[in-house]
Design a protein around this ligand. Structure first.
Ligand SMILES: [Zn+2]
Ligand SMILES: [Zn+2]
Length: 165
């Protein structure tokens, strides 16, 4: 699916500004990027723009349903242009890499909670956690290194994180 920032803004009946277009392009080019990264990309694109106005644009776009904000446990908020399909995410416990996972059952099935407690539910958040391919490889290698060289203290990123808790 091709994301067209201009058409998207018009579709949502939002005023088109250079800033909004730049923010939407930046998010579309960098799926699951944190706001700070979007600020960097937009600055490169537009020259001078304040961090706050990028933040404001991001939150307006999320409010209007143009962008989706996800926040995996222990992560800062991440933004993406893929909205409305209730897709899920796979998150690396070690480096925080995020990937899209199509909904396993179909359109928004997770919203059908087995028990709603009387809540009006509008979002279900499913995250798959594990190690990305590159971290899994590193882990394997550092384990092997530790075996071969017992005097060297090899701490994997996850061990560090766990210790910090
Ligand atoms: Zn990773
Ligand atoms: Zn996503």
């Amino acid at each position: 699916m091709h994301f067209d920032p201009l058409a998207t803004l018009r579709e949502h009946q939002l005023p088109v500004t250079a800033q909004r277009l730049a923010v939407l392009r930046a998010v579309d080019d960098n799926p699951h990027a944190p706001a700070d990264q979007i600020v960097t990309v937009v600055k490169k694109d537009l020259g001078s723009i304040s961090k706050q106005s990028v933040y404001d644009t991001l939150s307006t776009m999320v409010e209007r349903g143009v962008l989706r904000k996800i926040q995996p446990v222990g992560s800062v908020a991440l933004y993406e242009s893929r909205v409305g399909d209730n897709h899920h995410h796979v998150v690396c416990r070690s480096c925080g890499a995020v990937g899209d996972v199509d909904c396993a059952v179909g359109y928004r099935p997770c919203l059908t909670a087995s028990h709603t407690h009387g809540f009006v539910i509008d979002e279900a958040d499913v995250s798959y956690w594990g190690l990305c391919a590159s971290c899994a490889k590193d882990r394997k290698q550092s384990k092997m290194k530790a075996k071969n060289n017992k005097t060297k203290n090899t701490i994997s990123p996850l061990t560090k994180k766990e210790k910090a808790k």
